[in-house]
Design a protein around this ligand. Sequence first.
Ligand SMILES: [Fe+2]
Length: 321
Amino acid sequence: MDTGAIHLPSTNENLLEGWQAHHASLFGKHTLKLNHRLTESGLFTEDVLSELVDRYPRELYNLNTIGTDARKQNWREGHLDGVSGKDTIDAIRTGHLWLNLRKVMDVDKRYDELLQSIFSEFEGKVPGLKIFKQNLGILISSPKMQVLYHSDVPGQGLWQITGRKRLYVYPNTEPFLPKDSLEGLILGETHEEIPYESWFDEYAEVHDLGPGEMVLWALNGPHRVENEDCLNISVTTEHYTSEIRKSYAVNYANGVLRRRLGYTPATITTGGLSPYAKAALTLFWKKLNLNRKREAVRMIDFVPDKSQPLGYRDIEPFVKG
Ligand SMILES: [Fe+2]
């Protein structure tokens, strides 16, 4: 198999194109749309990704499908069960599936080097920026697949590699992101689901993304994604900054106060002394383990099959180990 040359960028090489000085003041607060050169690393060709899927650890990927009526209750989870990476990507190309490779930097150090390069470049461009807990995922998804309306806890980036998709980004304020939904998300109760109404779209930023384009958006900004009628390969990045960690602590503590103590927090500001008191409460609460997350039982009930119209076939369901 010809996997092509792997070229890892040195940390002083630009992975971003189109950066302007004023973008520094927008980072993390507003949407930034830029061009990127991730494909030049050679790490995202179908051959290289097929080989990566072949050896991907079970506990670090999710293979999913959804009913064509796009109701969340219809989510299903499958497993690869020895189907090759190449056949899996072929099944996704013509089927109705998506494969999410999580924490790729922990599986293959070449992606970790790339991830470090990405964020050291941002640190070099945004004065005072210090990034930690960087995460890199690869999402391989079928034509017309959608990612439904949701919000994420860490800072987010979406880097398009192959195919085209439309990204809708909504304001990270009420009513698009209710305070108790964000708190529930941070407390691990709501699992990213937040209420969505179709009229929200009138207030959305709409970004059509093709190969070599990327978007970063405001912290916790709700978003959803629609693939065009083609195979999509995208990189997702997550990151934390001290500002994000502070916001996390404040929302966590407010969520605890609101739920357990019947207190309605007056402020979500991250300035002044209050956040530190709230961060202390967050730590205290976590130490006492008073907020155990509820773990849903997931069933595995399909495997990829490129000969099937939807790209998979049903198997005898079993509980995910
Ligand atoms: Fe997301």
